[in-house]
Design a protein around this ligand. Structure first.
Ligand code: NAD
Length: 484
């Protein structure tokens, strides 16, 4: 693939950023440069927001079903170019091609769900709230919304927000992660083919300057953010200062616990996927594996054996289960955590530090890594590593599991494997995280349920997609009415 300078999409056209600052985009499997992303500036953001603002009145007055028809067309076009989108995604991100396909499927599901606008956006009415007086509340779009996305799901995450904002009658500016700009560039090529009215949907590439310009802009009504906890906190605070609506989804430290009665054989494929799928770079990835009671040694041995079986390599190879990490810098960060685990006394029972692919010596690979006898206070049990590094923390009983889950600060997801409905209920009832898997290793809500955590994993109250998302993208206007 030739190296090319990526453009912004503003007012229905591809336009070069006015900024001279750029970043390099890599194929993480080979370590070669494949594109250049502009680090756009305030002027680029101003142009995109002005276009979105200009387009808003007419788009708002377009009937919801007509707005939904653009999404129906988009869905068909996405299906036709499904494989192209998935391959672009793997090329710039590194994840295994089958995972990329799964991600594109989840992106499309959000388009499908958003087409239900004529039901999902309805308000409500009550006659006779007092004698001869009726009351109704209807949901109105508000103006221009923006989303700021992370690198780990280049296709899906922006679409937790974009189709809902648009179909509700708002206009939109997207800022993808500067590490993976190519997937949404491909997606916006399709948007361009469908021919949305000019200015309804815009994309500005870049980094912090774009984010700060969006946060400062008086014509932006609300921000949807997904990324790490420090950035999520920053976005939440700034939106408070500037009076914007905000949903800010942050990082995670997810625990997957195995009760002694769990069916280990049935569980193993989903355990391996939980910890090593997407090379551990999911906000729903398992990070701490907790065997309860006497299952510990057997679980560790079988888990390590399954991890050794995985094929690590270029995500474009159909046989690959686990690809590289996103960048050389992130690889160094993950290796640093492994060194910390060793220094703090955890037992390294599977060491992925020296993994190299002989055909791709420049790839950003780390092999599957497992620590046993990790204690809850160790750095590797407290901080988000976001790589293929598993900490086994042994627990005597369910109470210890619940304490461990509820003491992490992060509260995104938690999973339990058991044969007992009563134990599962106790777990679901007592743990803080908002996405729970029972005999499931990745507790990922589909587009028609809300996605997001609690504690340090989410700031704001309305989560991604689900029915509630229409509340985020609309104001409920209440009319109290009497006629003489
Ligand atoms: P990140 O916070 O580094 O970046 C996210 C976005 O914020 C990017 O678009 C980036 O340009 C911007 N950004 C980064 N630093 C900034 C700063 N100082 N000021 C302004 N903008 C800034 O996150 P990432 O590394 O791209 O993504 C990985 C993180 O996202 C992990 O912590 C992961 O858990 C989290 N994540 C969470 C969810 C969820 O649903 N809670 C989903 C996916 C990813």
């Amino acid at each position: 693939m030739p190296d090319s300078l990526i453009k912004n999409y503003i007012n229905g056209e591809w336009v070069a950023s006015g900024s001279q600052q750029t970043g390099d985009i890599w194929n993480p499997a080979t370590g070669t440069k494949i594109a250049t992303v502009p680090y756009s500036d305030r002027n680029d953001v101003d142009m995109a927001v002005a276009a979105a603002r200009e387009a808003y009145p007419e788009w708002r007055a377009t009937p919801p079903l007509t707005r939904a028809r653009y999404l129906f067309r988009l869905k068909e076009a996405f299906e036709e170019q499904f494989e192209d989108i998935a391959r672009t995604l793997t090329t710039e991100h590194g994840k295994a091609i089958d995972e990329a396909r799964g991600e594109v499927r989840r992106m499309i599901e959000n388009v499908e769900h958003a087409t239900g606008v004529t039901t999902l956006m309805c308000g409500y009415t009550l006659e006779d709230i007092a004698k001869g007086i009726d009351c109704y509340g209807h949901r109105q779009p508000m103006g221009v919304f923006a989303a700021i996305a992370p690198y780990n799901f280049p296709a899906m995450v922006p679409w937790w927000f974009l189709p809902y904002a648009l179909v509700a009658g708002n206009t939109f500016v997207l800022k993808p992660s500067e590490q993976v700009p190519m997937t949404q560039t491909k997606v916006f090529d399709i948007i361009d083919e469908i021919g949305f009215p000019e200015g309804v949907v815009n994309m500005v590439h870049g980094s912090r300057d774009v984010v700060n310009a969006l946060l400062d802009h008086p014509d932006i009504e609300g921000i949807s953010f997904v990324g790490s906890t420090p950035t999520a906190k920053y976005i939440y605070k700034r939106c408070g200062e500037t009076g914007k609506r905000v949903q800010a989804l942050g990082g995670a430290k997810n625990i997957v616990a195995i009760m002694p009665d769990a069916d280990l054989k049935a569980a193993m494929p989903s355990l391996v996927t939980s910890f090593f799928g997407c090379t551990g770079q999911r906000c729903l990835s398992g990070s701490i594996l907790v065997p309860v009671g006497d299952v510990a040694d057997r679980l560790r041995d079988e888990f390590i054996a399954a991890a050794r079986e995985m094929k690590v390599g270029d995500g474009l190879d159909e046989q690959t289960f686990m690809g590289p990490l996103i960048s050389a810098a992130h690889r160094e960060r993950v290796l640093g955590y492994i060194e910390k685990g060793i220094a703090e006394g955890a037992e390294l029972v599977l060491d992925g530090r020296d993994y190299t692919d002989p055909e791709r010596p420049g790839g950003f690979f780390v092999g599957p890594t497992v620590f046993d006898r990790v204690t809850p206070d160790m750095t590797i049990a407290r901080e988000e590593i976001f790589g293929p590094v598993v900490s086994i923390v042994r627990a005597p009983d369910l109470d210890a599991v619940v304490d461990l889950v509820n003491s992490r600060g992060f509260a995104n997801a938690a999973c339990l494997y058991t044969a007992s409905g009563a134990v599962a209920r106790d777990f679901k009832y007592r743990v803080k995280p908002s996405m729970i898997g029972i005999n499931i290793g990745i507790a990922a809500p589909m587009s028609f349920f809300p996605f997001g955590g609690a504690g340090n994993s989410m700031f704001g109250d309305i989560k991604g997609h689900g029915q509630e998302i229409f509340q985020f993208f609309t104001d409920t206007k209440v009319v109290i009415e009497r006629w003489f």
